[in-house]
Design a protein around this ligand. Sequence first.
Ligand code: ADE
Length: 195
Amino acid sequence: MKYHILTLFPEMIEQGLHTSILGRAINNGYISLETTNIRDFSANKFNRVDDYPYGGGAGMLMQAQPVYDAWKAVAKPAEGKKPVRVLFMSPQGKTFSQEMAKELAQEEELIFLCGHYEGIDERVIEEIVTDPVSIGDYVLTGGELPAMVMIDAISRMVPGVLKNEDSGVTESFQENLLEYPQYTRPEVWESKKVP
Ligand code: ADE
C-alpha cells in the first residue's frame, strides 16, 4: 500500500507515522508514505496558499491552484490503471468506520488531501476528490490527524503489517464485538486476581 499525503504540515505526518508498528511496516516495505507539501506549489512570490473567501466571510481558505498542482504532481495516472482515489478529510464527509478501513486496504495506492484554515476552495474539491471522509462529529484544526487515524486503521488491514497476520482481520472489533478482558502476569496484582 502506498499512501500519498497532500498537506501543509508534512512533518506532522512523518513524525507521527514513522514510529511503532507503522514505522516497522514502512521499514519492512509493507506500506510506504510520501508526503507532498502543498506550499511547494504556491504560485505566489510570498509562498502563500490561502486567501480571503470570495464575496466575504470569516477566516481564510486554501486556494484551488496549489492544491490542484500538488495533486497533479502525485496522481500521474498510469496507462490502463484506474485513477487513485482521493480522500478529502472533512467533517462533512462520510463517517470513517472499520468497514471502510477494510475496503480501502484493498487499494494499491491512496491519496489523502488535508485541509487547513477554514477549508479549501470548493472548485478543486469537486475536481479531484473521490471520497470525502470524516473521522467523527467534531471539528479539528486540520486534516492531518484524521489522515493519520485513517492510515493507522487501514494499515492494520494490510497483510504483513501486524506480526500476527490474523489479528487484524479476526479480532472481535471486526465483527463489531468487544474483545473480552485480557490479563497478563502476575496472577495477583494489587490484591486483584485473574478470574
Ligand atoms: N477536518 C476537521 N475536522 C475533521 C473531522 N472531524 N474529520 C475529518 N476531517 C476533519
